[in-house]
Design a protein around this ligand. Structure first.
Ligand code: FES
Length: 297
């Protein structure tokens, strides 16, 4: 007996959105009844064809297949097409709390049904990703990534690679749990092991570095307000502590003219105070382009 979470049992016993949509905008069909599990997903979109307003499913499978399909419909109903494009089997399993490792292929079936339906919606296919009949169809490349690896369950190298990469799988047993390949006669296990090795040797795709954000250019008003705030909050209190003070006289472009007051006014180090204290503070708090000058008046 599998150890199912309460949420899995709830979606198995009370599956949401079961049935068929009479005139769907897209259909995704995966699996094959002769091989075991099968899932058919129907999508209805709004007039703009941007949002999924209704979704229904029919499935032939075990408790976790029903729960995974039900969870998928809850994840995508009412969402935009672009929002659901990235949904994967992990999202389905997470929605249900957890699925036994041996049943992860049910969440993969949900992900594949969604991908098939979206492909159908884009007009790229008839939405059928049925396997097991070994009808390869047009464009089948027996030496390529779409070659069938597991004939018992009609699983291709591409499908195996996808579950390996998407879930960080490292063993043939894991692969069987996630897509059934290897779970029949076992004749494909050597091939699966070879694919695992190839994937582990492939360079991980470089993570794209986020573009450094260009510093935002301040408007004149923003610059003036920030300078005044920096002077009032940071610079004057520091000078006043030593009996001095500072007055803002003018701002012209990046030139800030100030007058030192109090004990600072006649100080022989006034120039150093302006450069190393006042100008440095304004660089830190407002802009590194600012130049501080003493008022001549
Ligand atoms: S060919 Fe894969 S289990 Fe039989």
């Amino acid at each position: 007996m599998w150890n199912y979470t309460e949420k899995v049992m709830d979606h198995f016993l009370r599956p949401r959105n079961v049935g068929e949509i009479a005139e769907p905008d897209a259909v995704g069909e995966v699996g094959n009844i002769t091989c075991g599990d099968a899932l058919k997903l129907f999508l209805k979109l709004d007039e703009a064809k941007e949002n999924i307003v209704d979704v229904k499913f029919q499935t032939f499978g075990c408790a976790s297949a029903i729960a995974s399909a039900s969870a998928l419909t809850e994840l995508i109903k009412g969402k935009s097409v672009s929002d659901v494009e990235g949904i994967n089997n992990r999202n389905i399993a997470d929605f249900l709390g957890e699925l036994p490792e041996e049943k992860m292929h049910c969440s993969v079936m949900g992900m594949e049904a969604l991908q098939a339906a979206l492909s159908n919606l884009r007009g790229e296919s008839d939405g059928k990703m049925t396997t097991g009949d070994h009808d390869h169809g047009d464009g089948y490349d027996p030496d390529g990534i779409d070659r069938i690896v597991c004939y018992c369950f009609g699983v291709t190298e591409r499908q195996i690679r996808d579950v390996v990469k998407g879930n960080g799988l490292t063993s043939v047993e894991d692969v069987t749990h996630y897509c059934k390949a290897g779970g029949g006669c076992g004749g494909c296990k050597k091939d699966i092991a070879a694919i695992l090795e190839k994937v582990s040797e492939e360079e991980p795709e470089p993570a794209s570095e986020p573009e450094p954000e260009a510093p935002k250019k301040l408007t004149n008003v923003q610059k003036m307000m920030l300078i005044q705030k920096a002077i009032d909050d940071e610079i004057r209190p520091g000078l006043q502590a030593d009996g001095g003070d500072l007055e803002l006289i003018d701002i012209d472009g990046d030139t800030v003219t100030v007058a030192l007051r109090g004990s600072c006014a006649g100080c022989p180090s006034a120039h150093i105070t302006l450069k190393r204290w006042v100008e440095a503070k304004l660089h830190e708090l407002v802009s590194p382009d600012l130049v501080v000058e003493a008022s001549k008046g």
